[in-house]
Design a protein around this ligand. Structure first.
Ligand code: ADP
Ligand code: ZN
Ligand code: ZN
Length: 751
């Protein structure tokens, strides 16, 4: 950093980063009138770019500049308080380095919009009488207006905002402030639109008595907690082994020490069931989900920053919760792909959490029944500690899983979703007054449209993706760009009639179930039926109360649900995941079958699982059926090691895109050429052995939303050489009109 240590120079400069893909800090002189107010973590305005446009950025450091070059001056400081602590600045800087993007971009993304806008419109100060005041109003010697205010407050018995108060007592703010100065009223911050669900009282429940396995797990976490050091603990517990109870009791310890805990869950797990579980154990829980308004996010952010929240439960971005004394981070279902952010900064929540936990010397607990190979390999290499919960609570067995070979099934051959074996099992489960969950990974009615005449599948006009027929809305829908084509009577390619609708999606499955099981209550959960906030709760409630016997749906129903009466789980088509062009296809298949299977056998009633597949010998399916995680990882890790792919390598995947294919392809070629030259350049730094450049090639989805996409990958066993090569090459990339690129480090999505 270009700072001078001596105070020889009494110029003060501020280092500023802007919301741009640059790894540069820009320096500005701090004018005298801003000296006292500027600091790291605040937003500032400064001239930037060719025309010196006033531009908002984040101040990341302040000191005396080592250069005597003339610097431009800061225009303004926009925040009175820092929006980020020094630790958060450090963390965001790490993210920029690790995910090859601009520090300013990270800061911009991490601070919620509501906080930046100070959107306090729905966050107000309200007033209440101080304790005991209402009983002695008569004895107080008060001016008329002040007395009136106090009388209103005592009558209303709830905090009143200033505007309500001045209406009711017919006064300005003066009397209210005077009362506050005298200590007769107290101010509280209040949301005017406080969400009912947040404030609804939840019955308090005492902690459960842990079983032996859980006790050992808790002790291992406690050891790290008490020693005040960072350690990552991988809690590998089969479904229903009581992982959540272990998190809760570890958090109890943290909270008892006056510290806060952050619990990260996949967005779809933010169900009332999960939330209730935490809120029934801790008095102050903040739930951060994606439906929050800017104002609500702002309100939570402030409450958390003031230390008023003990436990933050949230999706991805909750990893940035500004807890003043963090004690523990938990990531539940750490294998979930939604922990990867798919827009810049493309961070992985697990890695950010690990870094944050290191910086704050606190433990990180990763929980899963099916940990990622990344996490497992770290355990094998001795970086992280493994704790196992190999049994379900109270001695319940894991459910037996039957793999049904559908290749000779008469029903499947006729185009039905439910084969003979599954049908029989379903009838038996319903006869015994059990409930069933049917899982199918494809939404819509028919996931493939196909022309009989020319033999082509019918694709989206903007994407290289087959359209899905949605019968209820009578449209062929692109699941990538949402483009709708109204009823297709003719093939868009050759113009002939006779489009065939192939395959089975959840809509068609629902129709089949209703037809074959008349009178049985069915509810479907997928992103089509669950559009409105709250629809989740309604669907799950109807299943919980037994009004509905069959719950069917996509990933949405695969995890987290804990319904003791579910005695049957059916996986309609285990092969859909297997055939994805993705290096993690096997891993995903294994995870999903294990997770779905985990939804049954959760009580003495027991439960069974039927997995329909045309590849019954597939190891991922076989091992999942045997609940054999270790057997699966052993083989899969060896396979990945031989291929030299993650988790044995890091990848930076670069996607180049634009409306004209030729230019996109040329730009991809040019970028790879530059990278190759820099890697082997005049001063090769051993890149040959360390780094591989793969591609360029058309991306698996070559056209998306009207843009052509090409990609290439930089692969290496360690991340540093990738970082160094990228930073060396970056200044040499020539911008090309209408062509953009993004870089995705350790990508999860390979489309
Ligand atoms: P996981 O998170 O591993 O799937 P959960 O924490 O959801 O498991 O636990 C499964 C069920 O077992 C829950 O209903 C929970 O209340 C119950 N449970 C957990 N620990 C205990 C325990 N020690 N004694 C009795 N019941 C328990
Ligand atoms: Zn055709
Ligand atoms: Zn499309």
């Amino acid at each position: 950093m270009p700072w001078e240590s001596a105070a020889a120079e009494d110029r003060l400069a501020a280092g500023v980063v802007f919301n741009l893909p640059l790894d540069t800090v820009f320096y500005y002189v701090v004018p005298d009138e801003l000296r006292e107010v500027v600091g790291p973590g605040q937003r500032v305005r400064a001239p930037f770019g060719k025309g010196g446009q006033p531009t908002t950025g984040f101040c990341v450091e302040v000191g005396s500049p080592a250069t005597s070059r003339p610097l431009k001056a800061l225009d303004a400081v926009l925040d009175r308080e820092p929006l980020l602590s020094p630790r958060m600045l450090k963390l965001t800087h790490w993210i920029a380095e690790r995910y090859l993007c601009g520090w300013g971009q990270v800061l911009h993304a991490v601070v919620p919009a509501g906080v930046k806008k100070k959107s306090g419109t729905r966050l107000v100060t309200a007033f209440m009488p101080a304790r005991g005041v209402c009983g002695r109003i008569e004895s107080l010697d008060l001016p008329h207006k002040q007395r009136a205010v106090l009388e209103v407050l005592c009558r209303e018995q709830r905090p009143l905002a200033i505007d309500e108060l001045s209406d009711a007592a017919d006064c300005g703010t003066g009397p209210v402030n005077a009362l506050r100065d005298k200590g007769l009223v107290t101010a509280v911050r209040q949301r005017t639109d406080a969400r009912g669900s947040d404030l609804e009282p939840v019955e308090t429940i005492r902690d459960l008595t842990l079983n032996e396995d859980q006790r050992l797990a808790l002790e291992a976490i406690m050891r790290a907690l008490r020693e005040g050091r960072h350690e990552t603990v991988l809690l590998h517990g089969v479904t229903g082994s009581g992982k959540t109870e272990v998190y809760i009791q570890a958090i109890r310890e943290v909270v008892d020490y006056g510290r806060q805990a952050v619990v990260l869950v996949p967005e779809i797990s933010l169900t009332p069931q999960t939330i209730r579980r935490f809120r029934s154990r801790f008095p102050s829980v903040a739930v951060l989900h994606s439906h929050l308004s800017d104002a609500e996010r702002h309100w939570h952010w402030q409450q958390i920053a003031r230390g008023e929240i003990q436990v933050v439960v949230g999706a991805r971005s909750a990893v940035f919760a500004p807890t003043p004394h963090l004690g523990l981070i938990v990531i539940d279902e750490e294998h979930e792909t939604t922990f990867k952010q798919e827009t810049t900064p493309r961070y992985h929540t697990r890695e950010v959490a690990r870094r944050r936990a290191e910086l704050e010397s606190v433990p990180l607990v990763l929980g899963s029944a099916t940990p990622t190979l990344e996490s497992w390999l770290r355990v094998e290499r001795g970086h992280d500690r493994l704790i196992g919960l190999p049994r379900r609570v109270e001695g319940l067995p894991l459910p037996p899983v039957v793999i049904v070979d559908v290749r000779n099934d008469p029903w499947i051959a006729r185009g039905l979703a439910i084969g003979r074996a599954l049908e029989t099992a379903l009838r038996r489960a319903l006869d015994d007054e059990g409930q069933a969950i049917l899982f199918l990974n494809l939404r819509g009615y028919s996931p493939a449209l196909w022309c009989r005449a020319c033999g082509n599948s019918v694709k989206c006009p903007h994407c290289d993706v087959t359209l899905t027929w949605h019968r209820d809305r009578k449209v062929a829908l692109c699941h990538f760009c949402e483009h709708e084509t109204p009823s297709l009577s003719r093939c868009p390619g050759c113009g002939s009639p006779g489009i065939r609708y192939m395959g089975i999606g959840t809509q068609k499955l629902e129709e089949e179930v209703r037809r074959r099981f008349p009178g049985v209550g069915v509810v479907r959960m997928d992103s089509d039926t669950m559009r409105r906030p709250g629809s989740h709760d309604v669907a799950l409630e109807s299943f919980r109360t037994g009004k509905v016997q069959i719950l069917l749906g996509t990933q949405m129903i695969a995890k987290g649900l804990d319904f003791p009466n579910v005695t049957l789980v059916g996986v309609i088509d285990a092969d859909t995941l297997l055939h994805q062009p993705d290096l993690r296809a096997s891993e995903r298949t294994f995870q999903l079958i294990s997770q779905v299977a985990g939804r049954t056998g959760r009580s003495r009633r027991g439960g069974r699982v039927f997995v329909q597949s045309a590849n019954p010998a597939e190891p991922a399916i076989l091992r999942a059926a045997e609940h054999d995680y270790r057997g699966f990882v052993a083989v899969e890790l060896e396979h990945r090691r031989r291929l030299g792919v993650p988790p044995f390598t890091h990848l930076a995947r670069v996607i180049v895109r634009g409306p004209r294919e030729r230019l996109v392809s040329e730009q991809a070629d040019a970028m790879v050429e530059i990278l190759r030259r820099e890697a082997h350049g005049p001063e090769p730094v051993g890149f040959d052995e360390q780094i591989r450049l793969l591609g360029p090639a058309p991306a698996p989805v070559t056209r998306l939303k009207g843009q052509y996409r090409y990609h290439f990958q930089i692969a290496a066993a360690e991340f540093e050489p990738i970082h160094d090569l990228w930073q060396r090459a970056l200044p040499h990339f020539q911008a090309m009109r209408d062509v953009e690129f993004t870089v995705d480090v350790d990508p999860v999505n390979m489309r």
